[in-house]
Structure formats: structure tokens, C-alpha cells
Design a protein around this ligand. Structure first.
Ligand SMILES: [Fe+2]
Ligand SMILES: [Zn+2]
Length: 371
């Protein structure tokens, strides 16, 4: 970006900057002083401010001058600050928000299968282009495949590390799900699992989930089911707005109990950001806590809203069903995509891990896919 300043003036503590490309930015004196990038105010080696907020003087602008490339502010305490045109242009509010909002592409059922990426593991691990494809697919659709992975826990872990790093939970770092009942969870059985999000009982639910089917012998079934939770929530908003409203405000409690552990957390099933865009789905019909309600009406709304959302999530047209094979790693966004499993017979081993949302979005930022 290379923008030039056309004009700048200060009035009652507000600086108006008119850029040559037509952009107009208003900046308050308190903001300008806080964003001074001189070596007394800011450490460019650590990208951190030097002073505590209370130490930053509430000074006035004594003088403002500018040229095409920068503005110069002289303060009432004698301090001088320079701000480049490129730096100031970043803080145009609309551009700022636009640049930061995620833009998920909602999908319905198997139609998304030819849009989701399938990247060779070498390309993912060793090229920026391969890594960008995987993270872009996760940002757009919440799903990505990585293929030709060696069928071992070490090779799976290497991919998990590259996705942002393993998130440790009571289930371990790298976990292995088979019919051996290592934890008090239905995942460690052969029964079908209806679509759900994991960790609704954690304050920090897993960001990504990684599945690598290492073996499935002497049996059938076990297909993986994926579903775009955002799509279902938007259908609910269209058809049952009062249910959508309820599920975006009511704190539903979930819990996990096992010898030595008792996790519990309550939050809305559908979380919205400040622009009312959906940012997280926490849907798990199994892990709901027994709950008391403020009124009979609230109790009835809870069942009506949750059942109506469940109908979308259980509708086969919305589900994408496929069989995972050894060597192909499935990655999906647990804040958005619901997963389930068909019942199965035989011996099936799934290896994988969680990656925290903070960690995978950090990777996406380093790859310059988001801000
Ligand atoms: Fe699960
Ligand atoms: Zn300064």
C-alpha cells in the first residue's frame, strides 16, 4: 500500500486526514499520542508500547504540519510525533473491520466435497503455497484434507504441529480412539454418534480437530459425517427467528464427568460477534447438564429451540458422509463444523489431536490469509 496525504488539519483535538485516493480519516489526540511510534514511546523490536497507559500524558496538539508522506504533531509538553501516510491509512474504520472479519462460505451436505482442498502432505509441510491452500480451505469451509500421510502417530503429530500445535486436554495431546474404553466417553465405543461439537464443557473448546483413521479391519461402517453448523443456524434464523434468538442468548450448561475430572461450562449454543455474524456453534446433545430454569416458558423455549436446530442438523440433506482411509488426514473447525460417526463393526483406530483456535488462526495470519 502506498497512499499519499492530500490535506491534514486539527480541530478541537481531532485530526482530519484527507488521502489522495479519497479516503478520509479522523483521529483523536488521545489516540495519536498513544500510537506514537518514536523510540521513546514504542519498541519496534518487540512491537510493544513502552509506557503504561496512565503514564501517557494527556497533552494537547500545539502544532500540526504535513507533507505527502507524513504528518508531524508537536505536543503541548514538547514531544514530537511522526505518522506515515501508510500507517494512518490502516486505521480507516471500515477498512479495518472489513480486513478483520472472517468470511466463511456456508455449505450444505456433500456439495462442498469438490471445493474443500486435498493437499499432499509434502506440499503442506514444505511449501507456503500448500500451507496456504489448507488454511484457506479451513477459513472458507471449515474443512481440509491432507493426503499421503504415513500411517503412524509420529507422522500424524508432525502435521498437527504444522497446523498450529497440539492442544492438550484430559484426553491427552495426541489421542487414539479405538474400542478400548480409555475415557468415559461414547467416542470409545462402536455405536453411531449424532453430529456434535466437541468440548462444549470446556472454557476453551478445541479449535481444530484432526482425524487420521489408522486402521479398520474385519468390519464395516464407521463413516464420518460432517455438517456446516453455520448453515443450520442460518436456516433456523430464517424459519424460526424466535428459536435463533433464544439460542444466541440462553446460556446452556454442559459438563464432562470422569474419575478425577469435572468440567462444566455454560454459553449460548450459537455465539454472535458484535456485528451479529455467527462466530461459534456449541452443539452437543449428549453433554448437556441437567439444568434448572427461571420459568416454565424458558424451559419450553429451550426444548423447542434445541429440537428445531437439531432437526436441521439431523437432516440428511445437510450432512456430508464419507469414509476415512488410512493415509488421509481430516482437519475441521470445531467452532463451526459438527461431526458424527456411523456405527461400525471390527477393529477401528483413529489417531488425532486438537489444535487451539488461537494457534491455528496465528498460522493463518503468518501466512497472510487474515489480519
Ligand atoms: Fe466428537
Ligand atoms: Zn513518542
Amino acid at each position: 500500500m502506498n497512499v499519499g496525504i492530500l490535506r491534514a488539519d486539527a480541530e478541537n483535538g481531532t485530526v482530519n486526514v484527507q488521502m489522495e485516493d479519497g479516503l478520509s480519516i479522523k483521529l483523536e489526540d488521545c489516540w495519536l499520542r498513544d500510537h506514537c511510534r518514536c523510540t521513546n514511546c514504542y519498541r519496534s523490536d518487540t512491537y510493544q508500547r513502552i509506557h503504561h497507559l496512565l503514564e501517557i500524558p494527556e497533552a494537547f496538539i500545539n502544532n500540526l504540519d504535513y507533507d505527502q508522506e507524513k504528518i508531524r504533531v508537536t505536543w503541548s509538553d514538547g514531544h514530537e510525533s511522526l505518522y506515515s501516510a501508510n500507517f494512518l491509512a490502516e486505521f480507516h474504520y471500515k477498512t479495518w473491520i472489513e480486513g478483520r472479519s472472517l468470511k466463511p462460505i456456508v455449505w450444505q451436505g456433500a456439495s462442498v466435497s469438490n471445493k474443500v482442498c486435498n493437499v499432499d502432505v509434502d506440499s503442506f509441510l514444505n511449501s507456503v503455497d500448500g500451507a496456504r491452500k489448507v488454511f484457506q480451505s479451513l477459513l472458507d469451509y471449515g474443512v481440509a484434507f491432507i493426503s499421503n500421510v504415513e500411517v503412524s502417530e509420529q507422522a500424524t503429530e508432525k502435521v498437527c504441529q504444522a497446523l498450529g500445535g497440539v492442544q492438550h486436554t484430559l484426553f491427552g495431546g495426541m489421542w487414539k480412539v479405538s474400542t478400548v474404553r480409555e475415557h468415559a466417553d461414547t467416542a470409545y465405543t462402536t455405536v453411531p454418534l449424532a453430529v456434535h461439537n466437541d468440548n462444549t464443557y470446556f472454557t476453551e473448546a478445541a479449535g481444530l480437530q484432526i482425524f487420521h483413521c489408522m486402521e479398520h479391519e474385519n468390519g464395516a461402517g464407521g463413516e464420518t459425517v460432517l455438517l456446516d453448523g453455520f448453515h443450520g443456524a442460518l436456516q433456523l434464523k430464517r424459519d424460526h427467528p424466535e428459536d435463533f434468538e433464544f439460542l444466541t442468548h440462553f446460556d446452556l450448561e454442559a459438563e464432562y464427568l470422569e474419575d478425577g475430572y469435572h468440567h462444566s461450562y455454560s454459553a449460548p449454543v450459537i455465539s454472535l460477534d458484535k456485528f451479529n455474524d455467527i462466530k461459534q456453534i456449541r452443539f452437543n446433545v449428549y453433554d448437556r447438564s441437567p439444568m434448572a430454569f427461571a420459568s416454565g416458558a424458558e424451559c419450553r423455549s429451550y426444548y423447542r429451540a434445541l429440537r428445531n436446530l437439531s432437526r436441521y442438523y439431523e437432516d440428511k440433506r445437510n450432512q456430508w458422509c464419507f469414509k476415512l482411509m488410512p493415509g488421509t488426514l481430516l482437519v475441521f473447525d470445531n467452532f463451526r463444523v459438527l461431526h458424527g460417526r456411523a456405527g461400525f463393526t471390527g477393529h477401528r483406530v483413529l489417531s488425532g489431536s486438537y489444535v487451539s483456535r488461537s494457534d491455528w488462526l496465528s498460522r493463518a495470519r503468518v501466512l497472510r490469509l487474515i489480519k
